[in-house]
Ligand binder design. Structure first.
Ligand SMILES: *Cc1c(COP(=O)(O)O)cnc(C)c1O
Length: 363
């Protein structure tokens, strides 16, 4: 079997199974105390107590967009270099996705291009910390301050990445996390939304649960705005609490492998490393670099028992976004060169050396 690019980490059976069993037979498996406990723990982890747990990263993004009342006639500036849900979620609100180009050195959204795309219809800027690399936040914070346009950070790839020495999760108005199967921390499926402004929480809570207010009896409730069924349940949350206890250690493995590659692959012929923006530290969900003759590179790695792949399909070429189509020359350039190599917790010293020596031998 090839060394994979992604692999779910599940905490030891002796810890996980009793926690799940405990909740399953407790008589209360819907959203309850286990969820609120997980929210508190997750808030401590990201250094922001204003957290709601939800069903998925997609649900987190959708709630953020709904809180901004984004809909038909509005524009959201976004990146094509991401997984599909970032942009399909914008599409389901009825708003138009406006592509900004990326920085060809990093694959991340280019602040200068974003500035050019702002119109009076721009209601939000969607940032993706792709593969765990953090966007140029100094610049995006400036843009948001100057224009008043809120930023949504899609942090599905970047649990534990840092900006200004702090774990991402409190910088922008909304930060959306995913605990889907292949992310750095999985709860099987799940997500969270972190708020810079606690005043956003009451409305977000209602949107999470049909529009109902959980603090008031169901019989007394009056729905003013229809919401969704986006909450997390106690079973998922119990899994989350066990997983979270192992997350610092697991993230540490991604980061130590990533830093090792940054050194070991520097200057290797045919490889261009990605520079990281000032005041940012990636958590290396996927190790990202540019290579010459990518197809040959991928074949060579496979022959050595290693998966290498670009993994993501650029969003702007999907038919559903036909109306948004525009020239993105930097994206075109990046898209033919970037590749990911395995870097996660399952890559030990031996695998790491094997990967580096394969790349160094050339292709
Ligand atoms: C996984 C992912 C999401 C969505 O998360 P789900 O929990 O699967 O809904 C959103 N954005 C990006 C960039 C992702 O990779």
């Amino acid at each position: 079997m090839l060394i994979p690019l992604v692999k779910p980490y599940i905490a030891p059976r002796e810890e996980m199974m009793p926690a799940i069993e405990n909740i399953l037979y407790s008589g209360y498996i819907a959203e309850g105390e286990a969820v609120y406990k997980f929210e508190k723990e997750y808030g401590e982890f990201i250094g922001n107590p204003n957290v709601l747990a939800v069903q998925s990263g997609t649900a987190a993004l959708h709630i953020a967009l709904m809180l901004l009342n984004i809909g038909p006639g509005d524009e959201v500036i976004s990146t094509p270099m991401t997984a599909e849900p970032t942009n399909t979620t914008i599409a389901i609100t009825g708003a138009k996705v406006i592509w900004a180009d990326i920085d060809p050195e990093t694959g991340l959204l280019d602040p200068a291009s974003v500035r050019e795309k702002i119109t009076e219809r721009t209601k939000a800027i969607m940032l993706v910390h792709y593969a765990g690399m953090v966007c140029n936040m100094d610049e995006f914070n400036k843009i948001s301050r100057e224009t008043g346009i809120p930023v949504i950070e899609d942090t599905a790839h970047a649990l534990g990445s840092k900006y200004n020495g702090k774990v991402v999760g409190s910088n922008s108005r909304f930060t959306c996390f995913s605990f889907q199967a292949i992310k750095q921390m999985t709860t099987v499926d799940g997500g969270a939304i972190a708020f810079a402004d606690p005043n956003d929480i009451p409305s977000a809570r209602k949107l999470r649960w049909f529009g109902l207010d959980k603090k008031i009896s169901r019989l007394e409730n009056d729905i003013k705005r229809a919401g969704y069924k986006y909450g997390m349940n106690n079973v998922t949350a119990a899994i989350g609490s066990v997983q979270l206890a192992h997350t610092p250690e697991i993230l540490g493995k991604y980061i130590s492998n990533g830093k090792y590659y940054d050194e070991a692959l520097n200057g290797v012929p045919g490889v261009s490393l990605v520079p990281y923006y000032p005041n940012t530290e990636p958590s290396y969900w996927l190790y990202t670099m540019k290579v010459e003759r990518r197809e040959e590179f991928i074949k060579m790695m496979e022959a050595n028992g290693i998966t290498a792949s670009p993994l993501h399909h650029r969003s702007d070429t999907h038919s559903v976004f036909a109306e948004s189509k525009c020239p993105l020359p930097n994206m075109d350039k990046w898209y033919s060169q970037f590749v990911h190599i395995p870097c996660g917790w399952w890559v030990g010293d031996e695998e790491r050396e094997k990967i580096i020596s394969a790349v160094k031998k050339g292709w």
